[in-house]
Write a protein of this length. Structure first.
Length: 349
């Protein structure tokens, strides 16, 4: 059984996408753990990490998500475990979650330093479990070279089975091959793959948005898995003076309109075009006929208490994470990793 720690230099590099893609492409029994939990989910008096819940549901793992994480928060972990008990907990968890599995994926925190004060940073975990280590990095050429140069010069990888690096979210493959790869080879690092940026993975689904906003769904439940590709604040009037601007907005497909529930003109206009979702602000319900129209069209209406500006700001800050219902994204992740990453070298198979 291969134990594989997948880490990143910083947040947002796409570790979870790489793990999902690789696990699906392997077509074998896999296990998963995330020792240092960060994306806290509290539901039905249970605490778990969001990524652990995702992997459990996508791959039908028999373990509960809360069994895949040692804990959340450094101060609490320092109180609960000393070094010896923490290492034993980590070893026991890896043995249990990896039993009868060909590959155990071990996901690191948001960056190489996260969890370091409690011995749960990816380097410490890889060393303690004698696991292979893969580093995922993303960004422009300069930031990638900075990351990997810092890794080579200042991170002690002695005794670590360092498999190599994966360059993720690459905007221009040709530019990276010409400008970045020679420098990485000079650093003496194996490049396991270059995964191109795909905008499809950045789109929120209506369901994910509703969960993050704690919104009340008042219509269009059948459209909850629609993607959101464009976001517009419906603050302008739908009168003839704004017809050209409004037309440009409404011609966009799979859009989200954020507007107050009393803006019946904007809501009606949105329902007559390709709209994925309408977020109704200020807890103002639109007239019953518009709710019925949205229901018939399968366009979700999400009711939130925030004003339009606050809702738009909150939506702009939401990080697009994978969900088990995102079958298209999950298939895309598999294809991107399968086509662009040497999974055999990655896992040591």
């Amino acid at each position: 059984m291969t134990r594989l720690v997948v880490a990143s230099m910083g947040p947002g590099a796409g570790k979870t996408m790489v793990i999902v893609g690789a696990a699906k492409a392997l077509k074998t029994e896999v296990g998963y753990m995330k020792p240092f939990g960060e994306r806290l989910v509290y539901l039905k008096k249970r605490l778990w990490d969001y990524d652990a819940a995702l992997m459990t549901s996508v791959f039908g793992l028999k373990e509960y998500p809360e069994e895949m994480t040692i804990g959340f928060g450094q101060s609490k972990l320092r109180y609960m475990y000393d070094e010896a008990t923490r290492r034993k907990k980590l070893a026991d968890m890896a043995a249990r979650l990896g039993k009868d599995r060909n590959v155990l994926f071990i996901e690191g925190g948001a960056g190489l330093r996260h969890g370091g004060s409690v011995g749960l940073d990816p380097i410490s975990v890889a060393r303690a479990l004698q696991a292979r280590l893969v580093i995922v990095t993303a960004g422009n050429e300069d930031s990638v070279m900075d990351d990997l140069t810092f890794l080579r010069n200042h991170i002690d990888l002695k005794g670590i089975d360092f498999s190599g690096v994966i360059l993720n979210k690459v905007q221009s493959m040709d530019d990276f091959k010409e400008g970045c790869l020679p420098g990485i080879k000079e650093l003496g690092m194996n490049v396991l793959g270059m995964v191109p940026f795909d905008k499809e993975l950045t789109h929120l689904s209506v369901r994910f948005l509703a969960e993050r906003l704690f919104a009340r769904v008042i219509a269009g439940e059948s459209g909850m898995d629609r993607p959101i590709k464009h976001v517009f604040v419906g603050a302008m009037s739908a009168d003839p003076a704004h017809r050209n601007t409004l037309s440009n907005i409404l011609n966009k497909e799979n859009k989200l309109i954020i507007t107050s529930g009393d803006r019946t003109d904007m809501i009606l206009t949105a329902l007559e075009s390709d709209t994925s979702c309408i977020v109704l602000t200020n807890n103002v319900l639109p007239p019953a006929n518009l709710i019925a129209k949205a229901q018939d069209a399968g366009v979700p209406m999400l009711l939130v208490p925030q004003d339009t500006y606050q809702a738009a700001t909150q939506i702009d800050d939401i990080e697009p994470l994978l969900m088990k219902q995102d079958t298209g994204k999950l298939a895309l992740a598999e294809k991107l990793v399968r086509d662009n990453v040497d999974i055999g070298r990655m896992t040591g198979a």
